[in-house]
Design a protein around this ligand. Structure first.
Ligand code: GAR
Length: 220
């Protein structure tokens, strides 16, 4: 008699380390998506910040997730900070690092360890308006549409290969003084985009070819 087919092995969830500097609503969206849903395919194993008192770290603590803080000013040089950050992240053996509102540019040591598997989310349609003030710069330029970009991190400022983008209209009501309101509308789109992109990468894998990101089972 033929033996019953053996069940296909269930892949363990991808291990995520999330880096934050601010309120952590993108982190919260990931926490909510993961919830108790094994089908999401990922778990957050640690949350790190570059400063004290972030909402992001508070959210992680409430969720019972290990946290760490790695401040530039606690290190003799920027390079030493970069090495320390890479070491702290490495302790948690992530498959993927997610920079979710992390307002620092990582350096060579970090990229040597986690290049090609660090995802960043940015509140503008890259390559337009990179840097720390994407929303303000887009508003000041007078664009009619802006949005958000989820991309892999490389050694430039918001220059890495793009995974996904979401579009948000700029209206007559969006004055330069209304940066916060526009940013909130962008963040609504951004949270879903990040959850979707991270989930796809965690479940299906990815391949980067030049500037092109392919999601899906690598090698298929
Ligand atoms: C997000 O809009 C993210 O794109 C932005 O910070 C916000 C963090 O929100 N990041 C940058 O501007 C990086 N250049 P959150 O703390 O509520 O997730």
């Amino acid at each position: 008699m033929a033996s019953p087919p053996s069940p296909s092995p269930v892949a363990p969830p991808a291990r995520l380390v999330v880096l934050v500097s601010g309120s952590g609503t993108n982190l919260q969206a990931l926490l909510d998506a993961i919830g108790d849903d094994p089908a999401y395919g990922a778990e957050i194993v640690a949350v790190g910040a570059d400063r004290d008192g972030t909402g992001g770290v508070e959210r992680a603590e409430r969720a019972g997730i290990p946290t760490f803080v790695c401040k530039v000013k606690d290190h003799a040089t920027r390079g030493a900070w970069d090495e320390a950050l890479a070491a702290l992240v490495a302790e948690h053996r992530p498959d993927l690092v997610v920079s979710a509102g992390f307002m620092k540019i990582v350096g060579p040591a970090f990229l040597a360890a986690f290049g090609g598997r660090t995802v960043n989310t940015h509140p503008a349609l890259l390559p337009s308006f990179p840097g720390a003030h994407g929303v303000r710069d887009a508003l000041a330029y007078g664009v009619k549409v802006t949005g958000c970009t989820v991309h892999f991190v490389d050694d430039g400022v918001d220059t890495g290969p793009i995974i996904a983008q979401g579009v948000v209209e700029v209206t007559e009501e969006d004055t330069p003084e209304g940066e916060a309101a526009l940013h909130e509308r962008i963040k609504e789109v951004e949270r879903s985009l990040l959850v979707e992109a991270v989930g796809r990468i965690a479940r299906d894998g990815h391949r980067i070819e030049g500037r092109k990101v392919h999601l899906g089972h690598v090698g298929e």
